[in-house]
Design a protein around this ligand. Sequence first.
Ligand code: BEZ
Length: 213
Amino acid sequence: MSLRLGDEAPNFTAMTTEGEIDFHEWKKDSWAVFFSHPADFTPVCTTELGRTAALKDGFAARGAKVIAVSVDSVEDHHGWAPDIGEVSGTSLNFPIIADPDHAVSELYDMIHPGEGDTSTVRSVFVIDQNNKIRLSLTYPKSTGRNFDEILRVIDSLQLTDQYAVATPVDWVKGDRVIASPAMSTEDVQAKFDNVEVVKPYLRYVDDPAASAS
Ligand code: BEZ
């Protein structure tokens, strides 16, 4: 059965490039970005893992740990890792799970038989501090992902967890946000700064986190 937003992220134990882990124990109270790539020693995956390594400080600033998975062996992961550093300029700085028996990939429905073979598609799960799945994305093998988008979603999730707001199209941290449609305009005006009423249901306000900091 496929995993849905709000489900608990299933736990597992697995071998990684940083030793054996129990997933929930490894992430503890952090957020986690758990993503699959089709195969080691492949071009798009090399660029994706390099970019993710370069964004380490961005993930850390949001309290998020990163972990990847493919159906390759831990020996293959170790053999490929130097290429990631060489190509991207940033050494691999997060664990990659080895999943040759497909146990983890199947638990997270990362192998899609219509996609040609038994390697994983490009899945991404953002999991919160309570182990709840908050975002899932699935990209085809031929399309590299945009990991800045993953950071943007974490920013939105963390902001909207804290305040009664939602984030509009193409929002990035610091932009104006939208007050919850559940609030009356009177309450919105009392609670938020710089309210612009575009429609009764569309009220832009300043980012409340910016004025709180
Ligand atoms: C790649 O990472 O380049 C790739 C992997 C599997 C299929 C297509 C592309």
